[in-house]
Design a protein around this ligand. Structure first.
Ligand code: 4AD
Length: 563
């Protein structure tokens, strides 16, 4: 610390090697400027300063003019410093006063106790979705504080959310003077009583009305300060933070709308299947057979035996045909996908159906009808149609018939458009699997739904029926949608026992655990086929979401198994 004490010895100032920060004003450690000497001497009238301009000349007493100039600067600086100190003291006092007033106001507010006005009619308990039909009657609504805005001392607006909708509530007078009102935080739960009134023209709020409160109470207060909801998430939160806090993210308007749409879409699929008299079944998810290749199997120890999480319920659905007729299921399938693409999940909801006594064309038509039915039911319902307008205003409803294209035509298309294998730089050849990137390129360029049919046997699963007209091919189909790519995989199934054993052999599958699947060909075989649709991919297409992760409640993919 530098000394600021008055001393009689002169302060040394050196133009050549002095330093105003490190210097002490001594011969050895002189200051750089006379101003610094004056600062240290606190402007003392009798200050003594010697200055050195050259080594030859050495330290000599400061000239009167130089001292006068330095003193003038010091005095100006001192004035500014005092003014700033004064202002900051004033600000601190003001802040203290305000804090004290606020504390007193809060303390005072604790004395304000709200009571229900017993002369009012009894309040009817409603959900926000019932608001419109409940206008002009006294109601009570419970929910979470979605938004909160204070307007002056006597008015506050709370947008309440209860999962069924949003309702603006107005608290006036005493209702916004209580301790709970003054300390209200986002995401607190509250119960508000009052009358819902239509808004006058020119004012806007969800539903075109607002609840004018006559009483309210806190149910559960959410934290403020550091832990406040707004500090948990914001527009700058990175993807991992958003995934870790998915339980809070789902409270957001868009995510909630997406998840609701998911429910509507699943209901629409069920409704379509009902309309076609398919029976819903719930096959086991813990299995001992693979369906779509061993590389994506999740295995686990099942009481000492090896078991897997199902990749597809198809084989079980096939066993139901002889018993229940045409069937479907909407349960989860699992794939140990080691890729981080925007359309792959480790767990996804698989909408699968199986139909008996059909041919390949029946299968294609069924899939087409289903997609159009589900989209139509979303647009026929005013509520979901409105959500679609918000989420994906440019969506083009698919029209039947979808473009049908053979695998061989796709290979040709890629060649014509010079889309090459990224690794080899070569054109794709017949017999090669078409990976995600070129498939998307083709689908996005064509920009309409495609039924891509008749893949070669070698790149498809063991159970697929061969085409009678060309036995190198299978009666298989992938439905490709712009923006997402494949959303459905389906096929006709092998009906012949010998052919099925050839399929097991080709894929290196031990037939013994499949005895129950094989039996379907033994005890009355039939032409049949089916498909699996990835619900998340369908939703990503419908709502134009970048990734399938956005349409999951809690997505599962490599590296993520929580919350
Ligand atoms: O093409 P896949 O593998 O076909 C089957 O599983 C058949 N056994 C279905 C059947 O015929 N019953 O999968 C069908 C669909 C795909 O088109 C895709 O939409 C979805 O399931 N899917 C996935 N979705 C998200 N993440 C994954 N890892 C997926 N794997 C398949």
């Amino acid at each position: 610390m530098q000394s600021t004490r008055r001393h009689l010895a002169p302060y040394h100032v050196c133009d050549i090697q002095g330093d105003d920060i490190q210097g002490l004003g001594t011969i050895k450690l002189p200051f750089k400027t006379p101003l610094r000497a004056l600062e240290v001497a606190q402007g003392a009238a009798d200050v003594s300063i010697v200055v050195r301009k050259t080594y030859e000349e050495g330290f000599v007493a400061i000239s009167g003019a130089a001292l006068k100039k330095a003193r003038k600067t010091w005095e100006n600086n001192e004035k500014k410093r005092l003014k700033a100190a004064e202002q900051s003291a004033k600000n601190a006092a003001e802040a203290e006063k305000q804090a004290a007033e606020e504390a007193a106001r809060l303390e005072e507010s604790k004395k304000i106790v709200l009571t229900v006005d017993e002369s009012l009619p009894a309040a009817k308990k409603i959900r926000i979705r019932d608001s419109t039909e409940s206008r002009e009657t006294r109601v009570v609504v419970s929910g979470w504080v979605h938004r909160h805005r204070v307007q002056g001392k006597d008015m506050a607006f709370v947008v309440l959310r209860d999962g069924t909708g949003y309702l603006q509530c107005v608290l006036t007078g005493k209702l916004c003077h209580t301790y709970d009102a003054l300390t209200l935080t986002l995401e607190s739960t509250v119960k508000i009583y009052g009358v819902i009134k239509e808004l006058p023209a020119g004012k806007t709020a969800p539903g075109g009305h607002e609840l004018q409160a006559d009483y309210w109470e806190i149910i559960g207060k959410a934290p403020g300060g550091e832990e406040a909801f707004g500090n948990q998430l914001n527009t700058e939160s990175g993807p991992n933070v958003l995934l870790d806090r998915r339980h809070l993210v789902i409270r957001g308007e868009t995510t909630a709308a997406v998840l609701k749409m998911r429910a509507h879409v699943m209901r629409a699929f069920r409704s379509f299947f009902e309309s076609r008299h398919l029976i819903e079944v719930t096959p086991p998810l813990m299995v001992q057979t693979q369906v779509e290749g061993g590389s994506t199997l999740f295995s686990f120890d099942y009481y000492g035996e090896q078991a897997y999480l199902t990749q597809s319920s198809q084989l079980y659905l096939e066993t139901c045909l002889a018993s229940l007729g045409d069937v479907y299921c909407m349960v989860d399938s699992f794939r140990a996908e080691k890729s981080h693409t925007r359309r792959h999940l480790s767990e996804f909801t698989h909408c699968e159906a199986e139909l008996s006594f059909i041919d390949f064309d029946d299968l294609l038509q069924f899939i087409e009808d289903m997609v159009v039915y589900v989209v139509d039911s979303i647009f026929d319902n005013p509520e979901t149609a409105a959500t679609m307008k918000e989420l994906n205003p440019n969506f083009q409803r698919p029209r039947k018939p979808f473009r049908r294209m053979n695998y061989a035509d796709a290979i040709e298309w890629l060649r014509e458009h010079d889309v090459r294998n990224e690794e080899t730089g070569e054109h794709y050849q017949f017999g090669e699997d078409i990976p995600e990137a070129p498939e998307r390129r083709m689908t996005d360029t064509i920009n309409e739904p495609i039924l891509l049919c008749r893949f070669p046997t070698e790149i498809k699963s063991f159970y697929m029926k061969r085409c009678p007209e060309d036995r190198r091919l299978t009666e298989s189909v992938d439905v490709l949608m712009p923006g997402v790519g494949e959303i459905v995989g389906g096929s006709m199934r092998i009906t012949d026992l010998v052919e099925l054993f050839e399929g097991y052999k080709r894929e290196g599958i031990d037939p013994s655990p499949y005895y129950w699947f094989t039996d379907q060909r033994k005890y009355g075989t039939c032409e049949h086929g089916g498909f699996g649709l990835g619900v998340e991919r369908f939703l990503a297409w419908l709502m134009n979401r970048y990734s399938v992760r956005e349409v999951c409640l809690y997505p599962r993919f490599m590296g993520r198994c929580q919350p």
